[in-house]
Design a protein around this ligand. Structure first.
Ligand code: ADP
Ligand code: MG
Length: 704
């Protein structure tokens, strides 16, 4: 069955009433090149034409309003930046101000005093009266029966398009014209009949009709669900297929032996009992390592869940089987710390561990490189330095990448080439994301999750304090230090405003040294502008408890482990994102003492920043925080999403549509299990559709 959507690929200028000039605008402004593109330009909102507010009904709680009223007066007032257009809209219950700060001339021309309009916007309450800023305005057409009592689609448009009569209403008319000339044959079904029937999904064509011209709310919801499902289901099919191909293609080293190192360490040297979750992920990883296929696995677990010991045990398996293993971490400090702690914990085992960072130079570096090449080094810990060409392994069998959000897919791929056959790869991250989402975003990775913290951890007590309470915070720090604890004070350092942030950090350091003077106290400072030597020296002083306070930038964000530190103070906390705050907080609460995290902010906070502080003080659960973070920032900001091969999602949203995503995932799995190559007649609908879109993608990629 061939899929030839000829009509939908017609250039947009061929649609009745469009013509070459408006076609040019549609292409430039909205990327609408074809009939099909117009069909996929979905409304972003619907206006229920039956539900209107009276101006007199508006209260401070009213979220959005649709009002019919008459424009009474309009004036452009103010100078330069404060120049604005103000119009007054009146109905039989009152008057409200409409305000524009941009495109004044154009708006002024397009609304006429004395005429009736439908106005949509969010009421602002200011100095005792309400206004609508940048409202959507459409002419009220009394005698337009086709819009009576229905949901009117609202399409995004631009000023240039509006000037060519292609405002939302104009686009709506074009879409109606389009539906006059296409039929079900032009938009064939792309889901197997069995799935649509079981999940009660409307047919594809019918769903598109409803999305553009909804009959009522219920049919619209059904239609939107159908299209969301189709988007998610088809992406899942592609991701899963690609994974199957990858697994089939890449043979992996076999690690059957667990002797002598793994067993000896596991039985005699483990400093604590592993949690059930740690044991579970070790089993999952081990299954990969004896499968004959190359492992590409993501190990996610909250800060402090004990990923390091898991990775050590896995690395011992590699060494037991005659392979070398490498652990790559994002910062010098972390590399050194892992090097020291892993060397210490494995000191009685007969293995050689080395360190390679930019800081390892000269003859020291040469000898590390020689020993790597000869195979004398079993386990190497390092930074990006490990990727360099001069780094040649004798027989690299396993790579562990810690805190993966700092590394890109490409860097991972470079490590693959370090042996004739790609080594196994385990990436570890402390920024957990919901499981279905992880499977989608890290499409090429299998996922293991440590969902439990070691026993006896007390949740970090987190509070939010304003800058004005600083003296009290200093008092609390003194108490803690006198009780033998140590304190971190972290400052933001963000590149664009680096100079100012740097000054802020140094000022903070100075005021802390004044409040905590020698000889009673000692304060360390660590930041990115310091030479590595000086930084290590300061870090070491803190680790050895020679200093009680560590003032730093976020260089200490990942992985640093000083169990005596029990207070984390985060300055300008409003400038950090949720997952970063959670990472920073994770630096404390590793010992037996009650730990505290104090989020310091200015008095003026945006609503979003306030929400972040609220979430942080409410929960210690990294998974919940990650989910909230996704809601606030949207999944578009998640690293890896661009690389995931997700078909563009027009309606579906990875965060809010997780239920649909889960169903889509399991349906896709079921189908591919029975018919991996989609060769059955039932699945022909899917395969021909996928072929058609990948053809389109190739076309695009050859253009750009
Ligand atoms: P992360 O997952 O954030 O990398 P780490 O591996 O650094 O966490 O572990 C955090 C701390 O917990 C370390 O001090 C480690 O020794 C300790 N730890 C790990 N697993 C256990 C366990 N099962 N029981 C007790 N302590 C543990
Ligand atoms: Mg770690």
């Amino acid at each position: 069955m061939a899929y030839t959507p000829t009509l939908l690929s017609s250039p947009i200028e061929y649609l009745k009433t469009v013509g070459p000039q408006r076609a040019d605008l549609l292409k430039k402004e909205l990327n609408i090149f074809t009939f099909g593109d117009l069909l996929h330009h979905f409304p972003f909102r619907y206006v229920d034409r039956t539900s209107f507010y009276k101006i007199g009904q508006i209260t401070q709680q009213t979220p959005h309003v649709q009002i019919v009223g008459q424009v009474m007066e309009k004036n452009i007032i103010g100078e330069r930046q404060s120049k604005r257009l103000i119009a007054y809209l009146k109905d039989d219950t009152g008057e409200i101000e409409l305000v524009w700060f941009r495109a004044l001339r154009w708006v002024e021309k397009s609304i006429e005093t004395g005429k009736k309009y439908i106005v949509f916007g969010k009421p602002n309450f200011y100095r005792g009266s309400y206004s609508l800023v940048h409202p959507e305005v459409t002419a009220f057409e009394q005698d337009r029966p086709d819009t009576e009592g229905r949901l009117q689609p609202i399409y995004s448009s631009t000023e240039k398009l509006k000037a060519a009569s292609l405002d939302s209403r104009g686009i709506e008319k074009l879409t109606n014209t389009l539906f006059d000339s296409i039929s079900e044959n032009d938009l064939p079904e792309n889901l197997p009949q069995s799935i649509s029937a079981r999940l009660h999904l409307p047919r594809r064509f019918a769903a598109f009709v409803q999305i553009h011209m909804p009959q009522d709310l219920a049919s619209l919801e059904k239609a939107r669900k159908r299209v969301k499902f189709e988007e998610l289901f088809l992406s899942q099919i592609r991701i899963l297929q690609r994974k199957t191909v990858r697994k089939k293609d890449s043979a992996g080293f076999l690690f059957p032996r667990l002797d002598p190192l793994f067993n000896e360490f596991y039985r005699e040297k483990l400093p604590f009992q592993l949690t059930a979750a740690q044991k579970k992920v070790i089993r999952e990883i081990r299954t990969d390592l004896i499968s004959g296929k190359q492992m590409n696995r993501l190990l996610q677990g909250d800060v402090g869940s004990g990923k390091t010991i898991v990775s050590l045990l896995i690395m011992l398996m590699a060494i037991d089987n005659g392979f070398q293993t490498a652990m790559m971490v994002p910062t010098e400090i972390l590399a050194q710390q892992h090097y020291r702690s892993l060397s210490e914990i494995t000191c009685s085992l007969n293995i050689k561990i080395s360190l390679l960072t930019a800081h390892v130079k000269g003859s020291e570096r040469n000898s590390v490189l020689t020993e790597l090449k000869s195979g004398a080094v079993h386990l190497i810990i390092g930074t990006h330095s490990l990727i360099q060409e001069q780094v040649i392994f004798n027989n690299l069998g396993l790579i562990v990448i810690d805190e993966q959000h700092r590394f890109g897919v490409e860097q991972r791929a470079q490590l693959w080439t370090k042996n004739t056959q790609p080594p196994h790869v385990l990436v570890m991250t402390a920024t957990p994301i919901p499981r279905t989402l992880a499977m989608t975003i890290y499409g090429d990775l299998d996922v293991s999750t440590i969902d439990e913290l070691p026993p006896g951890r007390k949740p970090v007590n987190t509070v939010h304090r304003y800058d004005s309470a600083r003296l009290r915070v200093f008092g609390f720090m003194k108490e803690q230090i006198n009780a033998g604890r140590q304190v971190y004070v972290v400052y933001p350092l963000i590149e664009e405003s680096e100079k100012q942030d740097y000054k802020f950090l140094i000022d903070g350091y100075e005021s802390i040294t004044r409040a905590f003077p020698l000889p009673e106290f000692a304060v360390s400072i660590v930041h990115g502008k310091m030479k590595t030597d000086a930084r290590d020296y300061e870090m070491q002083r803190f680790i050895k408890k020679e200093t009680q306070i560590m003032v730093s930038t976020t260089v200490i964000e990942v992985g640093v482990d000083v169990s005596n530190a029990s207070v984390m103070i985060i300055e300008s906390a409003e400038r950090f994102g949720l997952s970063q705050l959670h990472q920073l907080r994770g630096r404390v609460g590793r010992g037996a003492d009650q730990a505290y995290c104090i989020l310091m902010t200015g008095n003026k906070l945006s609503a979003e920043a306030r929400l972040r502080m609220k979430i942080m003080t409410a929960t210690n659960d990294g998974f919940r925080i990650a989910e909230e973070d996704l809601k606030v920032r949207g999944p578009g900001n998640l690293e890896g999403i661009q690389q995931s091969g997700m078909a563009p999602l027009l309606l579906a949203d990875l965060v809010h549509d997780q239920k649909i995503l889960q169903v889509a995932r399991s349906e896709a799995e079921k189908i591919l299990k029975k018919d991996p190559l989609l060769q059955s007649t039932e699945n022909a609908t899917i395969s021909s559709y996928l072929k058609s879109i990948s053809k389109k993608e190739r076309r695009w990629s050859s253009i750009s």
